[in-house]
Write a protein that binds this ligand. Structure first.
Ligand SMILES: CC(=O)SCCNC(=O)CCNC(=O)[C@H](O)C(C)(C)COP(=O)(O)OP(=O)(O)OC[C@H]1O[C@@H](n2cnc3c(N)ncnc32)[C@H](O)[C@@H]1OP(=O)(O)O
Ligand SMILES: O=C([O-])CC(=O)C(=O)O
Length: 376
């Protein structure tokens, strides 16, 4: 076999998919053939989730049934709640979700690999409750009710977080952000899920792999790092000076750059508009101006464009979502894409097993124990 090495697998075609296109000429970003601009502007996140999980946009009845199933699958088994109650208040919320997913897999294992759609809906429905149950217990010792009537997914998770229904602008912003975050072809976490699925492992193991992969700051964890960066500045001028210093030190600026998009990420202007609307409505224009100035400086100095994580940080902050929950919100959405990919992998499976270029020593003579020198 004649294989060429591509660091980070850049440009390598690692499989086939019918789920989405990313940055494809003439198609841009699309989920199952529908443009992201149509989906983010016109469909609710539940319609998009149905499209990804079941392959088609539901009609009115199909959507109502899907929403009902999600509402019915929100509750958590007592044994899982007990585990969540043991996790410390300073645990990272992504650790909580990774643990919660793993425990649910032990309590409600897949009966057979045909259970994929049911498991996907169970995880989609229960992830918000897992995180918010832990959050309220760990911070205020309150055991919250997870089985609320609210059938809108964004409304449900915001109500769980804040203990009251969100205002309409915040709910619609979160709804749109979930659609934007839902799916993105062979990104690192989806690829991790597919690699795990390719060994014929179970659904929960594949999703646990994906959560662990999304957590890193080069991937989903970037949205949290963006907010930590922006919080260091009080004005656009300060941000400009700070960013120039960082770039001079050759530091990476989180929320910028992308493996596939070498110019604009098509999701970025959409979430930027929601952020601006929120900033205008809540008197936070100065914060938005800091984001804008950072965008301008990084483009001028490095020629890099913001990815989805950059303005998502602004939107989530203005929706009063704690910074450490930004990446979990990404999970609440991307579970739909991960699930679609796990099911697609199972339909035409071959185990992932690439090869490595060896850079180690030439063959060595084996030294008996008494003749070995301690290596430094
Ligand atoms: C939803 C998502 O997961 S989107 C990604 C979220 N991640 C981030 O925002 C983290 C910051 N961005 C990055 O680290 C990268 O751009 C990635 C991980 C997204 C893509 O990585 P790659 O495709 O491997 O690009 P790579 O890191 O090789 O960058 C190419 C060049 O641009 C530079 N560059 C890329 N991104 C950045 C950045 N955010 N800040 C500063 N320089 C950057 C690199 O230093 C490199 O420069 P060099 O050629 O002089 O060494
Ligand atoms: O596609 C990628 O490399 C990262 C990702 O998940 C996204 O941009 O949504």
């Amino acid at each position: 076999m004649n294989a060429t090495y591509s660091p980070g697998l850049e440009g390598v075609v690692a499989g086939t998919t019918a789920i989405s296109t990313v940055g494809k000429k003439g198609r841009g970003l699309s989920y199952r053939g529908y443009s992201i601009n149509d989906l983010a502007g016109r469909a609710s996140f539940e319609e998009v989730a149905h499209l990804l999980l079941h392959g088609y946009l539901p009609d009115r009845d199909g959507l109502a049934q899907f929403r009902n199933r999600l509402v019915a699958r929100r509750g958590l088994p007592p044994a899982l709640k007990k585990v969540l109650e043991q996790l410390p208040a300073d645990a990272h919320p992504m650790d909580v979700l990774r643990t919660g997913c793993s425990v649910l897999g032990a309590l409600e294992p897949e009966g057979s690999s045909l259970d994929g759609e049911r498991t996907a809906e169970r995880l989609l429905a229960s992830f918000p409750g897992m995180l918010m149950y832990w959050h309220h217990f760990a911070t205020r010792h309150r055991r919250i009710d997870l089985e609320l009537e609210e059938e809108n997914f964004a409304g449900y998770l915001m109500t769980l977080l804040h203990g009251k229904r969100p205002d309409e602008l915040k709910r619609r912003t979160v709804d749109a952000s979930l659609t934007l975050y839902a799916e993105h072809e062979f990104n690192a976490s989806t690829f991790a899920a597919r690699v795990t699925a390719s060994t014929l492992s179970d659904f929960y193991s594949a999703v646990t792999s994906a959560i662990g992969t999304l957590r890193g700051p080069l991937h989903g964890g970037a949205n949290e790092e963006v907010m930590r960066l922006v919080s260091r500045f009080d004005s656009p001028e300060q941000a400009e000076a700070g960013l120039k210093e960082m770039l001079a030190r050759k530091e990476k600026i989180m929320g910028f750059g992308h493996r596939v998009y070498k110019d604009m990420d098509p999701r970025s202007p959409i979430i930027r508009n929601w952020s601006r609307e929120l900033a205008d409505a809540s008197g936070h224009r100065p914060l938005f101006a800091i984001f804008e100035r950072i965008e301008q400086v990084v483009l001028e100095e490095k020629g890099l464009y913001p990815n989805l994580d950059f303005y998502s940080a602004c939107a989530y902050h203005l929706c009063d979502i704690p910074t450490a929950m930004f990446t979990p919100f990404f999970v609440f959405a991307r579970i739909t894409g991960w699930s679609a990919h796990i099911m697609e992998q199972r339909q035409a499976n071959r185990i992932f097993r690439p090869v490595a270029e060896y850079l180690g020593p030439d063959p060595l003579k084996y030294p008996p124990l008494e003749q070995r020198r301690q290596e430094p």
